[in-house]
Design a protein around this ligand. Structure first.
Ligand SMILES: *[C@@H]1O[C@H](CO)[C@@H](O)[C@H](O)[C@H]1NC(C)=O
Ligand SMILES: *[C@@H]1O[C@H](CO)[C@@H](O)[C@H](O)[C@H]1NC(C)=O
Length: 241
């Protein structure tokens, strides 16, 4: 009997010792830059964001970087690109045109312009150049977690489960207006155009209290795919309440 329990505890000890958290050694930023550290130029089109290995939800930032070949933004993340949205689906390794970058949210600080042309200093949600964001400092990325700081003062934390994503915004404590833009028509664009570009075909969204739901349809992208539908259901929780 005594021998048995010694054996059991020895086995237990052995298997506990075997549990190593290898996730701590993963650096999701690897492959996000090109041969010149900190520059997207010549980069690997690698997704960087909050995701589990093989998770469907790959929650990350979609960026735009002027004056680089557009192929380098295909994973959404670039070292210095301007953030145009935060979206749920991404893909690593598409070499030509991007795929996904849907469905997006964007936390906004400031007042929205009521006219389509947009008054100076206000946000025109039809013109991403009036709200896209530089990032401040270095991004943090580890398995299942990504954090970045926008110039507007909003801290963004992103995480992914297998089929769901979480986006957390910490807004600055100022008197400015706060908004979260949900843009069904946003996707990772192919700046040079061409047959593999994505297109938004249509969608619907409805807001019910703190939940919004709907669907959107997109086509094209790197695999020249047939139209696919993205169903969305998002619960919004305000931590301040
Ligand atoms: C910005 O918005 C325009 C107009 O909707 C769109 O054509 C363009 O691809 C967007 N740019 C980025 C980087 O998302
Ligand atoms: C991009 O290239 C254009 C034309 O060469 C130049 O005028 C502009 O300053 C460049 N922008 C950046 C951000 O480097």
């Amino acid at each position: 009997m005594a021998l048995k329990s010694v054996l059991v505890s020895a086995l237990l000890h052995f298997s506990l010792a075997e549990v190593v958290d290898y996730a701590q050694y993963v650096n999701p930023l690897i492959g996000g830059s090109g041969p010149f550290e900190g520059l997207a130029f010549g980069g690997g089109d690698i997704f960087v964001g909050g995701a589990l290995p093989f998770g469907v939800a790959k929650v990350g930032i979609d960026t735009y970087e002027p004056n680089v070949s557009f192929a380098v933004i295909n994973g959404g993340w670039t070292p210095k690109g301007l953030v145009t949205g935060l979206s749920m689906l991404h893909e690593s390794g598409t070499g030509g045109a991007p795929k996904y970058g849907v469905v997006s949210q964007m936390p906004l600080v400031g007042s929205l312009s009521s006219s389509e042309e947009g008054a100076p200093g206000t946000i025109n949600i039809l013109d991403n150049r009036t709200y896209w964001q530089q990032r401040v400092g270095d991004d943090t990325a580890r398995v299942g977690y990504f954090k970045t700081q926008l110039e507007s003062g909003v801290a963004v934390e992103l995480s992914g489960a297998r089929h769901a994503g979480m986006m957390r915004y910490s807004f600055p404590t100022s008197n400015e207006e706060r908004h979260v833009l949900v843009d069904l028509s946003h996707y990772l664009p192919q700046e040079s155009g061409g047959p593999s570009s994505q297109a938004y075909l249509g969608g619907e969204i409805s807001l019910d209290g703190a939940t919004y739901q709907g669907h959107a349809t997109y086509e094209g992208g790197w695999n020249d795919g047939a139209p696919f539908h993205d169903l969305l259901l998002r619960r919004v929780r305000d931590g301040a309440q």
